[in-house]
Design a binder for this molecule. Structure first.
Ligand code: IPE
Ligand code: IPE
Ligand code: MG
Length: 242
C-alpha cells in the first residue's frame, strides 16, 4: 500500500542533518567537503518531501552553538549557504516552495539577514512545501526570546501573566505558522536533540539513523516515513490496542 493510502503521512517533518564531518573524514577528505555534499542531500530531501505532499520540512542547518567551531569552518558554512541561495532560489520558487528562516535574527550581519529576507519575500505567497531553515537556531534561545517578549508585555501592563497559555507561546516561536513536527529524523547516529525544537518536539516521533547526512537519499527518507506510519501515537492517552 502506498504511504498516501495509509493516510499517515506526517504533516511536518524536521531533520537534524548531522554527520557531514564524519562523512568527509572517513574518506580522508577535509570536513568542508562533507558540508558541500550535504547540500546535495538537502536538495534531494526538499524535492522528495515536496513530491510526497509533506506540508512543512524543517532542517537544522546551523545551531547557536555551531558558532564555536573553527573560524574557517564557520565562514565556509556561511559562504556555502550564500552560494546555495543564489543557485537554488529560482528553482525553489518555481516549485512553489515557501522559505522561512527559523532562528535568531537579532545578531545576524546585515548581508546575511538581507539574503534571508529576500528569499522569504520572494516565496511568501507560495503554497507548496514550507521549508523552515533552522539557522542561528537554538531551542533554549528561542524560549528565552518568548519569555522576554511576554515579560515585557506584562511589565507595561499589556498582559496579565495568568493569561499566558500554550497558544501565546506558539505564536512567539520562530516556527509560528507551522504545526509541531510529527517526525524528527536525525542522521549520523547521535541520540540527542542538540537544542533543536525543544518546545515543539514534546510529542514528536524520533527516528535516528546511522546514515551520515551526505549519504541520506530518497530511500532512506521513505524508510523513515514508513517507520513513522507504523507508530502508534498516544499523546498520553490509552492506546487503541489496549
Ligand atoms: C552537521 O554535520 C552540519 C552542521 C552542524 C553544520 P557535522 O559538521 O556536525 O558533522 P559531524 O557530526 O562532525 O560528522
Ligand atoms: C546539530 O549537530 C546541529 C546541526 C545539525 C546543524 P551538531 O553536530 O552541532 O550536534 P552535536 O554537537 O553532535 O550535539
Ligand atoms: Mg555533528
Amino acid at each position: 500500500m502506498a504511504r498516501s493510502e495509509q493516510n499517515k503521512l506526517p504533516s511536518h517533518v524536521a531533520i537534524i542533518m548531522d554527520g557531514n564531518g564524519r562523512w568527509a573524514r572517513r574518506r580522508g577528505l577535509p570536513r568542508f567537503l562533507g558540508h558541500q555534499q550535504g547540500v546535495k542531500a538537502l536538495k534531494k530531501a526538499v524535492r522528495f518531501a515536496s513530491d510526497q505532499g509533506i506540508q512543512s520540512l524543517t532542517v537544522y542547518a546551523f545551531s547557536t552553538e555551531n558558532w564555536q567551531r573553527p573560524k574557517e569552518e564557520v565562514s565556509f558554512l556561511l559562504d556555502l549557504m550564500h552560494k546555495t541561495f543564489v543557485e537554488e532560489i529560482d528553482e525553489l520558487h518555481q516549485e512553489g516552495v515557501r522559505i522561512v528562516l527559523v532562528g535568531d535574527r537579532s545578531n545576524l550581519s546585515g548581508d546575511i539577514l538581507q539574503l534571508w529576507q529576500n528569499a522569504e519575500g520572494l516565496t511568501q505567497d507560495n503554497t507548496g512545501l514550507t521549508l523552515n531553515v533552522a539557522f542561528n537556531y537554538g531551542g533554549r534561545q528561542e524560549l528565552l526570546h518568548v519569555a522576554k517578549v511576554l515579560a515585557q508585555r506584562a511589565a507595561v501592563g499589556d498582559l496579565d501573566p495568568a493569561q499566558i497559555d500554550e497558544s501565546m507561546v506558539n505564536d512567539l516561536l520562530y516556527t509560528k505558522g507551522s504545526p509541531d513536527p510529527d517526525l524528527i529524523i536525525r542522521t549520523g547516529g547521535e541520540q540527542r536533540l542538540s537544542n533543536f525544537l525543544l518546545w515543539q518536539s514534546a510529542y514528536s516521533e524520533l527516528y535516528v539513523t546511522d546514515v551520515l547526512w551526505p549519504d541520506f537519499n530518497e530511500e532512506h527518507f521513505a524508510s523513515a516515513l514508513d517507520d513513522f506510519g507504523q507508530r502508534e501515537r498516544r499523546f498520553g492517552r490509552v492506546g487503541k490496542k489496549e
